[in-house]
Structure formats: structure tokens, C-alpha cells
Design a protein around this ligand. Structure first.
Ligand SMILES: Cc1ncc(COP(=O)(O)O)c(C=O)c1O
Length: 384
């Protein structure tokens, strides 16, 4: 995200950390998902990746639905005017399931017992179920016995028995084949296994393949994946004699590359083996490195022409928490107090993960129409 300091002055003048989204990149990602060729495709954005109401409204305007795990996110969908919602979770309590049934939200059930519970509350009802396929084409913790989610392949027949006894029709499998996957073969192996297993559904309305698309679109041959999916879904629909809906739930890929988190340098300290760059933010405000993955790419927000620090650099937050590291052991041009740093790829699993631990103020989120080298001042606007 190349942008000049003066262009961003409406955002930086408050001298507090902020998230900045580039609308033109969001629109490019939306176009990519809308370009999928299989005609009976539904895209449900996974709201856990980003729950900003303005962005959810933008998705609704572009015809997307939502995939949610919780009643809070269901309420966000309602507030954004999105009625095309898929709900899935684990161990859904009876009171929550009752509510979902009452308002008629589509549910993918997570276990044999949840099938029975659904049938008890909604005799004659229809639902999907979360399948934990055994396919392990790569060392993938999202599928197979290590995963805590879904019905194992070995339980499928008892799930259908219980469904029949409970007067529930299971109408499609829901899977999650990995995240940030760049190798099409990895995804397609899982897709093929899912489609093969979908044959056991007597009444098959959909195949829900979850998310998995990578953060950086350039690392994934979207067109080839589209062609492979379209071919498989078309053949499946022909075999079944009716159109089977393809459901996709991108999270990371929808907004991941569209935002940066900007923080200001407040101090620079030297240690024997490294430099410590202190900021006015905290790892709690971009917590993915704390509880998701060791990934927080950071650079000077505005090129300062400085040579690199002569030792590795840790970028840290403004707290006394011993683990408040936003990046560790990196190479960075020399920074001074008042300079800005920029964490990229911050549009998914960043703002939505912020934790109140450490008592930081929530940073503002801004949306700009297009990030150019020189923006007109005043173009930044707060989202809510
Ligand atoms: C069921 C399901 N669908 C979709 C997603 C979004 O995945 P991704 O961010 O990899 O696209 C998740 C994320 O955990 C998920 O659990």
C-alpha cells in the first residue's frame, strides 16, 4: 500500500493507531468472487474474518451472504440487511438452536447428537452437516481426527440413521479444507472427497466448501480453481438430475490484502543484540501474531530513505505485558520518534480479533476510495 504522508494526514493527525482499507482492492476481490463460472454459486463471507458493519453492507450490496458462528454475528447480518445466512458452530446449546429454528436460519449441524437435537426442535426440518473428511493430502489440522469439528466419515451412516429417526433431512455436506491454501491440488483433493461423500445424501441441495482461499490473490490460480470446481459441480448436478448449489465461505481472501494497520513510533531503545521500536499501539490491537500465526509484515509507512538498523528489530506495544511484541527480529530502516509504521495484509483476522486485554482504545477504521501515491486530503472517512 504505497501512499504519501500528506495524503494520509486526515488519518494521521489524530496521532493514534488506525486501520486503513482500500476500497478499490475490496472491489477487486468482490469482482473475483463474483466471476466464478458455476451458475448456482452462493458466496457467504465468513464474518469472523471481519465484522465491520460498513463492509458487511458493501457485501450485501454485491449479493453476498454471510457465514456466522454466533448469535452476535447473526445480529450483525440482520443489521446489515443480509438475510442469506449460514450458521455453523460446535455444541450449539438447546436455547440457541431453538432460536435459530424459530427464525429459520440455515444450520449446518456438527455432530450426531446435534442432528437429534435439531430434529427434536424442528421435526420435518432440513439442515446440512459438517463433515470432517479423513482426506489428509497435506499436514492439515483442519481435517481428520485432530480436528475437533464435525462428523467423522465413520459416523456418517449413524448420522443419517439418527436423522431418519428424528425426521430431519440432511441436504448437503459442509467442510473446511484448510486456510491460506495456495496449492490448488490440495484444495481439489478435499473437494473430490467431499463430492464423493455427498453421494450418500439422498436429497442433495448443496455442497458447502468453506473458505481456504489465500490472503494474496497472486499466489493462487483462481481461474484454474474455478474451472476445476465448475467442471466437478456441473458433473455432480448432471448425475443428480438437478442443480446442486455450490456454497463458498471466503474469510481471509475477501479483505485480507485490502487494509493496513498504521502505528506511530514513540521510542527507540538499544539492547546488546537488537533494537526495540516502541509504538503507540499494542499486539492486542493486531493480535493475529498472538493467537493465530506468526505473521505480521511491517514496514515504514512512508519511505524515509534511512539505512537499516544495524541489529535485528523488535516492534513492541505500549504496555508492560512481557509478550507485547508486534514483530520480532525483523530488518527495518532506522526509525525516529513520530515516524509511522504500517502492518500490511491487515484486513482479515486483525480488527475482528482485537482483545480488550491490555486496555487499549479501539483504533478507528478508515475506508479510502483508492490508495494512490497522492490522495486528496479529506478522502479518509471513518467507517461504522
Ligand atoms: C467453516 C468456516 N468457513 C469459512 C471460514 C473462513 O476461512 P478462510 O479465512 O480460510 O477463508 C472459516 C474459518 O475458520 C470456517 O471455520
Amino acid at each position: 500500500m504505497a501512499v504519501s504522508e500528506s495524503a494520509l494526514s486526515p488519518c494521521t493527525q489524530l496521532q493514534r493507531p488506525f486501520y486503513l482499507y482500500d476500497k478499490s482492492k475490496i472491489e477487486a476481490n468482490i469482482r473475483r468472487f463474483r466471476s466464478l463460472s458455476y451458475p448456482d454459486t452462493k458466496i457467504h463471507f465468513a464474518s469472523m474474518a471481519n465484522d465491520n458493519p460498513a463492509l458487511l453492507r458493501l457485501l450485501r450490496e454485491n449479493g453476498f451472504g454471510l457465514f456466522v458462528n454466533s448469535l452476535k454475528h447473526l445480529a450483525l447480518a440482520e443489521a446489515a440487511g443480509i438475510d442469506n445466512v449460514v450458521f455453523a458452530s460446535t455444541g450449539v446449546p438447546e436455547n440457541v438452536m431453538r432460536r435459530l429454528v424459530r427464525i429459520g436460519i440455515w444450520v449446518n449441524l456438527d455432530s450426531v447428537a446435534q442432528v437429534a437435537l435439531f430434529g427434536h426442535l424442528s421435526p420435518g426440518g432440513r439442515a446440512g452437516f459438517r463433515l470432517n473428511i479423513d482426506e489428509k493430502s497435506k499436514n492439515n489440522v483442519f481435517i481428520g481426527p485432530e480436528s475437533r469439528i464435525g462428523v467423522m466419515e465413520s459416523e456418517i451412516s449413524s448420522a443419517f440413521d439418527v436423522a431418519a429417526k428424528s425426521d430431519v433431512t440432511l441436504t448437503g455436506p459442509h467442510v473446511y479444507l484448510g486456510t491460506d491454501v495456495t496449492d490448488i491440488e490440495d484444495l481439489i483433493t478435499g473437494v473430490d472427497r467431499t463430492i464423493a461423500l455427498s453421494e450418500v445424501f439422498r436429497s442433495l441441495d448443496f455442497v458447502d466448501l468453506g473458505g481456504g482461499f489465500p490472503l494474496e490473490p497472486d499466489r493462487f490460480d483462481f481461474k484454474a480453481y474455478d474451472a476445476a470446481l465448475t467442471e466437478r459441480m456441473t458433473r455432480l448436478s448432471e448425475r443428480r438430475g438437478h442443480s446442486v448449489t455450490l456454497v463458498l465461505e471466503p474469510g481471509r481472501a475477501m479483505f485480507g490484502d485490502t487494509a493496513s494497520f498504521f502505528v506511530q513510533v514513540t521510542d527507540v531503545k538499544e539492547r546488546p543484540d537488537r533494537w526495540i521500536v516502541c509504538t503507540n499501539a499494542s499486539a492486542s490491537l493486531i493480535p493475529r501474531a498472538m493467537f493465530y500465526e506468526d505473521f505480521n509484515p511491517v514496514a515504514p509507512a512512508f519511505p524515509n530513505g534511512e539505512s537499516p538498523f544495524d541489529k535485528p528489530v523488535d516492534v513492541v506495544g505500549a504496555t508492560t505485558y512481557s509478550r507485547d511484541f508486534m514483530a520480532r527480529g525483523i530488518t527495518l530502516p532506522k526509525m525516529r520518534v513520530g515516524d509511522w509504521l504500517r502492518f500490511d495484509h491487515a484486513g482479515s483476522y486483525c480488527y475482528s480479533m482485537i482483545t480488550r486485554f491490555l486496555g487499549q482504545d479501539m483504533p478507528p477504521e478508515y475506508l479510502v476510495d483508492q490508495i494512490l501515491h497522492q490522495l486528496n486530503t479529506g478522502i479518509c472517512r471513518r467507517m461504522n
